[in-house]
Design a protein around this ligand. Structure first.
Ligand code: PMP
Length: 291
């Protein structure tokens, strides 16, 4: 089946899809994006992702390229054209093409690009055995709440983590607190069973998966604290995991080479993954299981 990308109102063969070299996304990373998982044809947490896209756009004063309702229709059209019922959909909006100038163009025509592909999800072993993370300095700007396409710090962070044999890098601010993963939010469970994740602020991306997990954890009467935690505290955690739209929940069993708890995936992360997918009304695309 041929692959198509959506570019400003047209479905183009993926290999030929392009934007102009003066697009501000290319020139200045002046744009935002969203990633949405499609499981069995269901767009998980669609509402949250569209809402956050609107927020990111508003923070940067980029107009919506199409109305949110239209975007939802286009997303479905693109998935159908690509025959994707299990995969990832990327939405990118930039301030559009304009002669190079740091100042905003007076009359911006935002660029809307969407791609959709099947995905292998994460390997089953990542869920059964857990993954390793390493800590890295957080070298990003101070508006991490905006889901900007300016991802160079995360590119360097993920590459460094990968070269050190880790699945993810946990970024650490100068005060020693963990901010988040390069493409995920970071969670720990303390020795006495409290689920801890950093509160939403300008210093992290408020993950849509994170927000849904917090709602589900409260509904399951888990003890939850939204607060900062240090690398030292993470080393002493009983359990740890990461969350993101493309990974849902993945257990973390080693931090900087030290085992987390017994060094095996913990029960809270597993329950939250199950609850997340059940809430979305889908079976686990990696582990299977009923709806
Ligand atoms: N933090 C960062 C830096 C991310 O890139 C992502 C993934 N896009 C997340 C957190 C998780 O957010 P979400 O659950 O919305 O995918």
């Amino acid at each position: 089946m041929p692959r198509y990308a959506y570019v400003n109102g047209r479905y183009l063969p993926h290999a030929d899809a392009a934007v102009h070299i003066e697009d501000r996304g290319f020139q200045f990373a002046d744009g935002v994006y969203e990633v949405i998982a499609i499981v069995d044809g269901t767009f998980t947490d669609e509402e949250g992702h569209i809402t956050r896209l609107g927020r990111s756009l508003a923070e940067l004063r980029i107009p919506w390229p199409v109305k949110p309702g239209t975007l939802r229709i286009l997303m479905r059209e693109l998935a159908a054209k690509n025959g994707v019922r299990n995969g990832l959909l990327y939405v990118q909006v930039t301030r559009g093409v304009a002669p190079r100038d740091f100042r905003f163009p007076a009359d911006p025509a935002p660029t809307l690009v969407m791609t959709c592909r099947r995905t292998k999800w994460q390997p089953r072993a990542a869920l059964e055995k857990g993954v390793a993370v390493v800590t890295l300095p957080d070298i990003r700007w101070l508006r991490r709440d905006i889901k900007s396409v300016a991802l160079l710090a995360q590119v360097l962070g993920k590459q460094a983590a990968s070269e050190r044999g880790a699945f993810e890098g946990w970024m650490v601010d100068p005060d020693g607190t963990v901010t988040e993963g390069t493409s995920s939010n970071a969670w720990i469970v303390t020795g006495d069973g409290v689920l801890v994740t950093r509160p939403a602020s300008n210093l992290i991306l408020n993950g849509i998966t994170r927000q849904t997990l917090l709602r589900l954890a409260a509904a399951m009467q888990m003890r939850v604290e939204e607060r900062t935690f240090t690398v030292e505290e993470a080393y002493r955690a009983r359990e740890a995991f990461v969350s993101s739209a493309s990974a849902f929940v993945i257990p973390v069993v080693r931090i900087d080479g030290r085992p987390v708890g017994e060094g095996v995936p913990g029960p809270l992360g597993r329950r939250l993954r199950e609850a997340y997918l059940a809430d979305a009304g889908v079976a686990d695309p990696v582990l299977g299981g009923g709806r």
